[in-house]
Write a protein that binds this ligand. Structure first.
Ligand code: ZN
Length: 310
């Protein structure tokens, strides 16, 4: 069994889109440039969404133009429609993440389209990448349940997966958008899709809404999943998810993987330093744990006993 995983950092998109305070473009660029030097191979840098819907990402073009691209790193963005795809292709985004929710209610709130309309938009996004250096990456949101509808349709999820594969999506991320999954549900859903679509490369995008993010990721690793998304410092949440909480924290996840002998190719100390810079840039404490507690292997100086024993 391969003991390595690949983590894509999505904090600059999934994380910043929900921040109350706008992060200045230069700060975003500095964080992305620092992330590019940590060994991460994929970084989602922004979303090409309507600036009125998500003003936090209104500077998408400026961010894409301002970053220093590291060779070997793929730079991605979230894309809701054909217009977003054209904008992203024009500034040389490598991976266009087309994310559609299995749940109609959620998709309507998130991108103001029904799931069927969202799937049509995926066709248009795929068309916009034809003959360019950009590629379509799949995302299936609310794959483990919806906060408005509850369980989602397996049949519809299969149709979405088939469509994304037809468009040649190299990875399809299943998103637990509002953190309703548990390790058992992860296992059942992933194994069902692996059986139906043996050719698919499945990834996981997990929110830590109920504290199960890392447990769910581990269940994914046990099912053979090798692609994960995470947010430094545990940044984020979705603006349309009630009581949203961020993704699994990238450096906490990398820390667990390294402790278990699973390779990530990431320099954990460098990543922790970037998480601390993100915390400074946002001016609020982030949920990440290892950035506060240090690594399990860090040894502490022993303090002298407080009570004198005679
Ligand atoms: Zn998310």
């Amino acid at each position: 069994m391969s003991r390595s995983i690949e983590i894509s950092e999505v904090g600059m998109r999934d994380g910043l889109q929900i921040e109350r305070n706008l992060v200045p473009t230069e700060k975003k660029i500095a964080l992305i440039d620092a992330l590019s030097k940590t060994g991460l191979k994929k970084i989602e840098i922004t979303g090409f969404v309507h600036p009125k819907v998500i003003p936090q990402l209104a500077d998408a073009e400026a961010v894409a133009a301002g970053i220093r691209r590291e060779p070997g790193v793929r730079y991605g963005a979230f894309i809701p429609n054909a217009r977003g795809a054209e904008r992203a292709v024009a500034v040389g985004i490598d991976d266009l993440k087309a994310g559609v929710a299995v749940s109609d209610s959620f998709n309507r709130l998130n991108v103001r389209m029904t799931t069927e309309e969202g799937m049509k938009a995926v066709d248009e996004i795929a068309a916009a990448t034809k003959g360019t250096n950009s590629r379509l990456v799949g995302g299936i949101a609310t794959a483990f349940g919806c906060p408005y509808e509850g369980p989602v349709s397996r049949e519809r999820m299969h149709r979405m997966m088939a469509q994304l594969l037809r468009h040649g999506a190299p990875i399809v991320y299943l998103a637990d958008t509002t953190g309703v999954a548990n390790p058992d549900r992860i296992r059942r859903t992933v194994e069902d899709l692996q059986k139906a679509f043996p050719e698919a490369v499945i990834g996981l995008h997990l929110h830590n809404t109920r504290g199960l993010g890392i447990a769910n990721a581990l269940a994914g690793i046990d099912c053979g999943i090798r692609h994960f998304e995470g947010s430094i410092g545990g940044l984020g949440g979705c603006p349309f998810a009630p009581r949203a909480v961020g993704n699994i924290c990238t450096e906490d996840f990398v820390h667990m993987a390294h402790e278990m002998g699973i390779e990530t190719g990431i320099d954990l100390d460098a990543l922790i330093a970037v998480a601390q810079s993100a915390q400074d840039a946002l001016g609020r404490p982030l949920p990440g744990m290892v950035m506060k507690s240090g690594k399990a292997t860090d040894l502490h100086a022993m303090e002298a006993p407080r009570v004198k024993v005679d």
